[in-house]
Design a protein around this ligand. Sequence first.
Ligand code: CTP
Length: 405
Amino acid sequence: MRIILGVGGGIAAYKSASLLRLFTEAGHTVMVIPTRAADEFVGRATWEALSGHKVPDGIFDEVDQVNHVRLGQEADLIVVAPATADLMARAAAGMADDLLTNTLLVAACPVFMAPAMHTEMWTNPATRDNVEKLRNRGITVMEPDSGRLTGTDSGPGRLPEPEAIHAAALRLVDAPPRPLAGKRVVITAGGTLEALDPVRFLGNRSSGKQGVSLAKAAAQAGADVHFIAARMDVPPPTGIRLTNVESALELREATLAATAAADVVIMAAAVADFRPAELAGSKIKKRDDGDDPVIKLVRNPDILAELVTQRNDGRLPRSTVIIGFAAETGDEESDVLSYARAKLEKKGCDLLVLNEVGEGMVFAQDESSVQILSRSTGDVEHATGSKDDVAAAVIARAAGELDGS
Ligand code: CTP
């Protein structure tokens, strides 16, 4: 396997010499690309002696070989250790100001980063954002170890031991390929707000957590994600395309536009079925002498059903995978699964993710248990655990629908 070992400028760079040894001893071909700052810590002669390969000088080295593009294209795995705060910030920003960041930008292979920095830098919101961005793009950023740092300080930020980096990085290549690589996925999330007047609205308790987990899982599976967020209790995922909406009508417009270029659409949003028939131009006043106000509601369009109609009449590609969510309860007439099967048929989508509601409410909970119903196979798959676990199961099923398995 061809491995590129990117070395950032940190005192922990010396540990990467052992890491390099582990890779070469396991029979891999390793090319080391140190940043300029890394040269201050470990000399190039060390990398060249241990790897058996010349260390490229930079973007303008061997220009005729188009090194800055070729290295990233040809690699089977890129491991960055230590990944400094600065290096991760440059990678997250998509910068290409040295050979290593150029290589990261063209890389089509798995990328693994082992960070090392002072605790304050690791916990700084700027670094947190950058790490999340990189992870959302499918880059694996290892958690640093906790312990003694360069000075007298101690805490999370220590470069993990070379053996641990070696094992975790190789697991990445042994892992199955990213099933949604190159696929475009639209995810709606949160709850819509239906305005009554300039200050009041009708809303619902959807937290948006499940949608955020789905977006992360889809991005990790390699998808290009477009996240359409109605009102949410949690921040939207970073590093992916985001459209904010309020009402069901706005959500409909944004979703139909986005889905025209999508392979998968996941309707995780809690869409209000009704909206006030009239939107008062000014705040509705309380009149002590008058009758109690009556709010007339009108039906909102069913976006999920409309997506299915558009696919069936050819306005959307037939291959578009459409996924709905349903919160259902059973009753004395029928069990919850039968109601869900009926809803799947009625809505005509490909997968229906069933949340059984009742005693242990679904909204805003961190744990959930769902059943994923497939229309094409009639199969029902159970997924239980954190919202991330449930999201991973839904995304895996979505990938299965796409490739017909
Ligand atoms: N949905 C939608 N547009 C609506 C309402 C719901 O796209 N106006 C989508 C939701 O995003 C979710 C699924 O439909 O994926 C949820 O369906 P549900 O609300 O259970 O369907 P209803 O048709 O409203 O069912 P019920 O008759 O049980 O209320």
